[in-house]
Design a binder for this molecule. Structure first.
Ligand SMILES: NC(=O)c1ccc[n+]([C@@H]2O[C@H](COP(=O)([O-])OP(=O)(O)OC[C@H]3O[C@@H](n4cnc5c(N)ncnc54)[C@H](OP(=O)(O)O)[C@@H]3O)[C@@H](O)[C@H]2O)c1
Length: 344
């Protein structure tokens, strides 16, 4: 019998405009052997997420330089099958940045953000969505920084996105009284209310955010979980309550210098007036907190308390198609690709 090969996708070209399937090259190579301090992973699932576009376009995404000819980066879940690393053993189920390939070598360095999956309550593929970095970011940002109290009003920008869709639900489970989400389409506003349990939704493309906030947060905002920054943050600041907490998770709106200039924060003084707190949060610095987040989220998930849907494709060949689906906004839930047909 022939030895299996390691099939993988390389970055063929850096897109200057839209990402397309022709930016990737499908190749195969022998399965690598781990050296001292490394282990070999057989990949079960890979994730397709919007952040991959940044990996493709930029030479350095803050998570390590990626060049043309490199394996396309991406997070996955897999099983350690050979190890020469003191902290990992054959049989461990882990999630990390393995790249678009069937077998990956890792030394579990910082950018790989390797996390050992302990829970057995829900399928391992959830390690790429609700029990992956998005879910952990939402949980740690909301529970540790936002700290919603019983009955409080919580606002989430990017409320239907990867992180925000979880942050709103988590706020409810932590006892918040009123949850309001901000998104950019009618469809996303409907999803926030019907599927994610938000009490109200604001369409920032069609409505004046500040005017609408006054209407849907009549008692003001106690916690703002902010994925957007810019003008949305500025509008929210106008409505914060005394001792409000603002979780600085992302700033999706600040794209160019010109846009940043247009989106200058004018209402920051409200922090002083309201004795409020604005605190940054970065999941990559919270490795030791991930098991706690995973434990709580998997418990809620197995109890049916968290909405989590998956859009699954089959086979490594489908990775570019999966990414296109995400970038065109066609994914119905978290888009994952099953790489190992035997994976549960
Ligand atoms: N601090 C951390 O540790 C950490 C960890 C992970 C992610 N993040 C950051 O968190 C943010 C959300 O990440 P994600 O994975 O949830 O991304 P995502 O799935 O792409 O969702 C973000 C949402 O933001 C909305 N958006 C896009 N442009 C916008 C604009 N100009 N104004 C307002 N909203 C806009 C989009 O929704 P619409 O189509 O409705 O506009 C999108 O659904 C990003 O900034 C990311 O970098 C931070």
């Amino acid at each position: 019998m022939n030895n299996p090969l390691n099939r993988k996708w390389l970055i063929k070209a850096r897109p200057t405009g839209k990402v397309s399937e022709s930016d990737f090259l499908f190749v195969d190579a022998p399965i690598p052997e781990p050296e001292e301090g490394e282990f070999l992973v057989k990949v079960m699932y890979l994730s397709a997420t919007p952040v991959l576009r940044r990996h493709l376009r930029a030479t350095d995404n803050g998570a390590g330089k990626v060049n043309t000819g490199d394996v396309m980066p991406g997070r996955g879940v897999g099983t350690v099958i050979k190890s020469r690393h003191k902290d990992f053993q054959a049989g461990d189920i882990i999630q990390g940045r393995f790249g678009w390939q069937e077998y990956a070598i890792s030394s579990a360095t910082g950018a790989d953000m390797v996390h050992t999956i302990k829970q057995r309550r829900v399928p391992f593929s959830t390690g790429l969505g609700i029990l992956g970095l998005n879910g952990f970011t939402a949980y740690l940002g909301m529970a540790d920084v936002g700290q919603p109290k019983s009955g409080e009003t919580v606002l989430v920008s990017g409320g239907a996105g990867g992180v925000g869709s979880k942050a709103g639900q988590i706020a409810r489970l932590l006892g918040a009284g009123r949850i309001v989400g901000i998104a950019g389409s009618r469809k996303k506003c409907r999803i926030m209310i019907e599927d994610l349990g938000y009490d109200a939704a604001i369409n920032y493309r069609q409505e004046n955010v500040s005017t609408k906030l006054a209407e849907v947060c009549p008692e003001g905002i106690d916690v703002f979980f902010d994925n957007a920054g810019g003008v949305i943050l500025d509008a929210a600041l106008e409505h914060i309550n005394k001792r409000a907490r603002i979780v600085c998770c992302g700033r999706i709106t600040d794209k160019t210098e010109k846009e940043q200039e247009e989106q200058r924060i004018k209402n920051y003084w409200r922090l002083g007036r309201q004795q409020a707190r604005m605190e940054g949060f970065y999941v990559y610095d919270c490795l030791e907190d991930l098991p706690r987040a995973e434990e709580q989220l998997s418990k809620w998930l197995s109890e049916g308390k968290l909405n989590h849907s998956e859009d699954r494709l089959e086979g490594i060949e489908k990775m570019p198609e999966a990414l296109m689906r995400v970038l065109k906004g066609q994914g119905e839930g978290k888009v994952v690709v099953r790489i190992d047909p035997e994976a549960a």
